[in-house]
Design a protein around this ligand. Structure first.
Ligand SMILES: Nc1ncnc2c1ncn2[C@@H]1O[C@H](COP(=O)(O)OP(=O)(O)O)[C@@H](O)[C@H]1O
Ligand SMILES: [Mg+2]
Length: 244
């Protein structure tokens, strides 16, 4: 398994650097009587959007491996697909105790027509239906005339970039250590996050390729070893002098 998948947080509490977004989501889903909703999660690539969406699904007992869970790409989320979901919702009314979580990734790729189809569906979401749209783009002007009505039907969660470099660097170093792929100081992990524009997935790729391993460590080790040898030599010289 690739590292980014192995270490994908399973619980909202394990999501790194997005405390405010997580707290907001917890407030929403923890509200008494809450049983249906639509979220719009905005953030840069590899900062945790799909991860958070999957954590929400898990909280509801509807993990990615379960029947009620579905992930679609925005591009494939056409008018027909939205209508199919709406039909499905009507047919599934009989099984209302099961949660249905639909995640639409790269939601900015949806056409205006698809967004229009969502308007009706989101307006009267059936019980236990959750839709999570994720996107790397700002919502403000994406869907023209439909923008306002669409955004009024979803809860917008903006992931932050503030403090991510430090939080991600520490997280990555911890994992690299556990995987025996570490060797560089924390500052270089911060640099890794910076170079990859905060994209944790790309950082994992670099770590898997051994980029955070060795080199510096051997120099550091060599220096430490040389220091130790010098100290040992000094000690034995002193011991000899003392014994004379
Ligand atoms: N905030 C985060 N906390 C912990 N891991 C994260 C976070 N963001 C990204 N990751 C790691 O990067 C991988 C990709 O994250 P993902 O949520 O799919 O990104 P995207 O925002 O592009 O949807 C995850 O599998 C996880 O290992
Ligand atoms: Mg994603």
């Amino acid at each position: 398994m690739q590292l980014f998948e192995k270490y994908r947080p399973k619980d909202l509490d394990d999501v790194v650097g997005q405390d405010k977004a997580v707290a907001t989501i917890r407030r929403v889903i923890g509200r008494k009587g809450w049983d249906r909703d639509a979220f719009w999660i905005e953030g840069d690539t590899g900062t945790g959007k799909t991860t958070i969406a999957q954590c929400i699904a898990r909280e509801l007992g509807c993990p990615p491996e379960s029947l009620g869970y579905q992930e679609i790409d925005g591009e494939k989320c056409t008018v027909d697909e939205v209508r199919r979901l709406a039909d499905h919702a009507i047919r599934c009314r009989l099984f209302e105790d099961l949660w249905k979580v639909v995640i639409v990734n790269e939601a900015h790729a949806m056409t205006a027509k698809a967004v229009q189809a969502w308007l009706t569906f989101l307006e009267k979401l059936p019980g236990r239906w959750i839709v999570v749209f994720t996107t790397t783009q700002e919502s403000s002007t994406l869907f023209g005339d439909f923008n306002q009505p669409f955004m009024g039907r979803v809860k917008c969660i903006r992931l932050t970039k503030v403090g991510l470099k430090e939080a991600f660097a520490e997280h990555l170093q911890r994992i690299a250590k556990a995987e025996e792929l570490d060797g560089k100081p924390l500052s270089l992990y911060q640099r890794l996050v910076h170079i990859n524009r905060g994209d944790m997935r790309s950082c994992f790729q670099a770590i898997e390729m051994g980029e955070m391993k060795a080199v510096r460590k051997t120099t550091v080790q060599k220096r430490a070893e040389a220091g130790l040898q010098r100290a040992n030599r000094k000690r034995s010289r002193q011991a000899k002098k003392h014994n004379k």
